[in-house]
Design a protein around this ligand. Structure first.
Ligand code: OOB
Length: 556
């Protein structure tokens, strides 16, 4: 088979690709085909549940294929991109699968994204279509999509879930069952996308500047899903509750929604992890597996401690990741929630580490696990790039069959984040124990991890510099008891001027920045500390904010 090289993406070296095939990591199948297998095996089993909507595997397969053909009839073709900004619901899942079948590449935007992020991502991906809900929590997503389409030439089609305006396309009509399931399947099989072609674009957590697109191929993503399904013991009997935004790699494919659908389990989708609704769904559906960020796990623990009761009786495993789970909270998971904790240290760029379900308690509660695949390579290095012995913390580098070799159309970012021989530097500071388990000690990337949502400091700083009176700006992480971290901004201003937090928040809101990225705390100082080479010393700023917070909490 010839290796597919899509413009703007960085392929794995041919020899390695051949090895991944030989070893069976890459199966040379398009992602949509796995769901068809399940549908053949378990046609009448319920695959997908959202509220009162219950969709069986045969209906899922039928709708997926019918939708894929309707997307093609709209004029979209393989390798075209579609911006996907939908809340957790059946529409998200079927549209994603339909894109996989047709070879159309979904760009996995978050429901929280606004004009600033969506316009940037639409332009970078040259998306021809966008799929949005009508209105959520008073925000008119349809109006924003129309605004984007009027200014971005590539964007021709607007698909709307719910009440679509007359000129837009009703998503529910695209996703309706078809009348010729066998015909659609044969036609789509005949034009199936190359397994080495991009299947989807995930968004990077924002190491520097604007978000980057991560190309995940059918081959690599299918393996990501299979490799993460093993340590989580996914079977046909798995009932999965997905409450985190489904466009994140973790709930989508680690093993997530796709892993459960590949295995023939049942997926329950909820748009929010709010404990009362989540617990009711767990009880009603007999949920066995769910995924949380630490802030959500903590909320669930507090809710259970407050309410007591037996609603979580069916829950066997809860995966927690996205940011560092404090050991104290980890130790509470099993006693309070009654489920086995699985820590997950992963990234949209590839590498996934997990604790194993039968690991000893200290491994489960104090480490972030080890790679899911024997083919994942890891190095822990010092600043000069020298390998460090186990037990010494350093920067983690990784390569493997589901860790791509570069971002999409981003040679400069690639030069920084990837070594010439293809190692990805995630910017995490990690210690490897002699038993192979990793402990995330911190990071050396300029990012704020707000309850699992990543914010690039540079991106926010560059926006704050639009305020004329701001002379210097530094976005840093400040500790938060609930979210782990929040964004705190340090600035200096022109003499005699004043800049307030409200003013900055207002500017960012008007710019259309996602709410989770808006600074929550402002410190105005006369001067920012600098390092020997003249860069802003963020380490000092982090120490400074910690001290300020400690003294205000003491004063209370
Ligand atoms: C997941 O993916 P991203 O791409 O949103 O963020 C990746 C970054 C990592 O580089 C690390 O800085 C942080 O998030 N992170 C953790 C962590 N899991 C992720 N830091 C400490 N402890 C953990 N357990 O966040 C992601 C993707 C797939 C599965 C799980 C998480």
């Amino acid at each position: 088979m010839t290796s597919h090289t899509s413009e703007g993406t960085v392929p794995w070296p041919a020899e390695l690709a051949a090895e991944f095939r030989r070893k069976g990591y890459w199966e040379d199948r398009a992602l949509g085909s796995y769901v068809l297998d399940t549908a053949d095996r378990l046609p009448d089993k319920v695959a997908l549940v959202e509220g009162d909507v219950r969709i069986t595997y045969s209906e899922l397969a039928n709708r997926m294929d019918a939708a894929a053909e309707r997307l093609l009839q709209l004029g979209l073709k393989a390798d075209d991109r579609i911006m996907l900004q939908l809340p957790n619901g059946w529409q998200f899942t079927i549209l994603t699968l339909a894109c996989f079948r047709a070879g159309i590449i979904p760009v996995m935007a978050l429901p929280a994204h606004r004009k600033y992020e969506l316009s940037f991502l639409t332009e970078l991906s040259e998306s021809r279509a966008i799929a949005v809900p009508d209105v959520i929590k008073d925000f008119d997503h349809q109006a924003l999509a129309e605004e984007l389409a009027s200014s971005i030439p590539s964007l021709e089609l607007i698909l709307v879930s719910g009440a679509a305006n007359p000129l837009n396309i009703r998503l529910e009509e695209i996703l309706a069952p078809g009348t010729d399931a066998a015909g659609a399947r044969a036609r789509l099989d005949a034009s199936a996308p190359s397994p080495d072609a991009p299947a989807l674009f995930l968004l990077s957590g924002g190491t520097t500047g604007l978000p980057k697109l991560i190309t995940r191929t059918h081959n690599d993503y299918a393996y990501n899903i299979k490799a993460t399904s093993l340590p989580t013991a996914v079977t046909e009997d798995t009932v999965y509750l997905g409450t985190l935004p489904a466009s994140h790699n973790f709930p989508l494919a680690c093993p997530g929604i796709l892993g459960i659908l590949f295995a023939g389990g049942r997926v329950i989708m909820l748009p929010s992890p709010e404990p009362r609704k989540a617990f009711a769904a767990i009880e009603r559906e007999g949920v066995t597996l769910s995924t949380a960020v630490p802030a959500v796990a903590q909320r669930w623990i507090e809710h259970q401690e407050e309410m007591g009761g037996n609603q979580l009786a069916s829950l066997q495993v809860i995966q927690v990741g996205g940011s560092r789970l404090p050991d104290e909270i980890a130790y509470k998971v099993k006693p309070v929630l009654g489920a086995t904790l699985q820590q997950v240290f992963g990234m949209a760029e590839g590498l996934i580490n997990t604790t194993r379900l039968d690991d000893p308690e200290d491994v489960i509660c104090t480490t972030q696990g080890r790679p899911v695949s024997e083919a994942d390579e890891i190095r822990i290095v010092d600043e000069a790039g020298n390998d460090l012995p186990d037990g010494t913390a350093g920067s983690i580098l990784t390569r493997g069959p589901y860790t791509p070799r570069g971002y999409y159309r981003a040679p400069e970012a690639n030069a920084r984040a990837f070594t010439p021989d293809g190692w990805y530097a995630s910017g995490d500071i990690v210690e490897r124990r002699p038993d192979g388990n990793l402990i995330v000690q911190g990071r050396d990337k300029d990012m704020i991890n707000r309850g699992g949502e990543k914010i690039s400091a540079e991106e926010i700083e560059s926006l704050v510099y639009r305020i004329e009176d701001v002379t210097m700006a530094a976005a840093i992480a400040m500790p938060d008891p609930v979210l782990g971290e929040k964004l705190c901004l340090y600035i200096t201003v022109k003499p005699g001027t004043e800049v307030t937090l409200a003013q900055i928040q207002d500017l960012l809101r008007r710019t259309g920045v996602a709410a989770f990225k808006i600074p929550e705390h402002l410190v105005v100082v006369d001067e920012l500390p600098t390092t020997k080479v003249g860069k802003i010393n963020k380490k000092d700023l982090r120490a400074d904010i910690a001290e300020r917070l400690a003294s205000t909490s003491q004063a209370k």
